[in-house]
Design a protein around this ligand. Structure first.
Ligand SMILES: Nc1ncnc2c1ncn2[C@@H]1O[C@H](COP(=O)(O)OP(=O)(O)OP(=O)(O)O)[C@@H](O)[C@H]1O
Ligand SMILES: [Mg+2]
Length: 265
């Protein structure tokens, strides 16, 4: 890797704003994220976290400013280098686990080659089975999502998001609906995937502990300016940006926890 590549952020926002009419959701976002970082994102409901993730995915675009991927304007449509997992409904309910995993590849292959059949299809199937196996779902290949537990469905969603070998994984409260025990298993899994595949991860969570445990960096989205007469006048920014697992972290975390408790009280 030459020096330029080493210094080039994978994601950069330069004065990014997102507005819906008069409603300012995000304002003046200036951020740089390097390849391999794991950014945990916290913030109150409605502060614009999912909007930010959707802009990274390309299903929403900034109203102003520049959002860059590898230094170039991010495509205004989802690309193979970005995969996403939502809290729910990331997988197709009318397809089995195996079909869910194969569908993206099949679509791509049929676009390039016409209908996929014979040995092409077998190869896609083998690749998909491999992926299911890695995520501990080989035994459930022929089950529909409604026949799977919440944890299994989220594993399937992650398996699906990883099929295209994305460099960036976007997680929108992926474990929010899971029981604590299953959540712990998912933490181990996502940490392993992050390390093994050198992914850059953005994960929204409402669970502070989860954010600390998994992330290498933590952001809080909040409004530094607030007009009680006109709550939609100003947008959120990244008001806290903390490197995790570094010396001095405990003091910062204690501060943040105290602040959150005050907000709840
Ligand atoms: N397509 C849209 N059109 C108009 N307003 C929108 C649209 N999408 C989001 N918003 C508004 O933008 C604000 C931020 O929404 P967003 O979904 O990003 O919040 P969030 O931080 O993810 O909240 P939560 O924690 O509840 O998921 C909300 O007030 C929402 O109503
Ligand atoms: Mg959201």
């Amino acid at each position: 890797m030459d020096n330029n590549t080493a210094l080039q952020p994978i994601i950069e926002a330069k004065n990014v704003w997102k507005e819906y009419g008069d409603h300012v959701v995000l304002e003046r976002l200036n951020i740089r994220v390097m390849q391999g970082e794991f950014v945990s994102i916290l913030g109150t409901s409605g502060c614009g976290k999912s909007t930010f993730l959707n802009m990274l995915l390309g299903t929403q675009s900034p109203s102003r400013g520049e959002l860059l991927l590898d230094g170039k304007p991010l495509n205004s449509e989802p690309g193979p280098e970005r995969g996403i997992v939502f809290q729910k409904y990331s997988v197709f309910p009318h397809m089995t686990a195996l079909q869910n995993i194969m569908v993206a590849d099949e679509f791509e292959a049929s676009r390039l080659l016409g209908k996929v059949w014979g040995s092409g299809k077998t190869a896609l199937k083998d690749k998909a089975m491999d992926q299911l196996d890695k995520l501990g779902l080989a035994h459930a290949a022929n089950r529909f999502p409604s026949e799977m537990s919440g944890g299994m469905q989220q594993r399937l969603a992650i398996a699906q998001a990883l099929m295209k070998k994305p460099r960036i994984l976007l997680l929108d409260e992926p474990f929010g609906a899971l029981d604590p025990g299953i959540r712990k298993d998912m933490h181990v899994l996502i940490n392993q995937i992050w390390q093994e595949q050198n992914l850059t991860i953005f994960m929204i969570t409402h669970d502070l502990q989860e954010g600390f445990k998994l992330g290498s960096r933590l952001w809080v989205f909040d409004k530094p300016r607030y007009d009680p007469q006109e709550p939609e006048r100003y947008g959120s920014q990244v008001t806290f940006d903390i490197p995790l697992n570094t010396p001095g972290q405990e003091a910062l975390i204690a501060d943040l926890q105290a602040k959150q408790q005050k907000e709840v009280a």
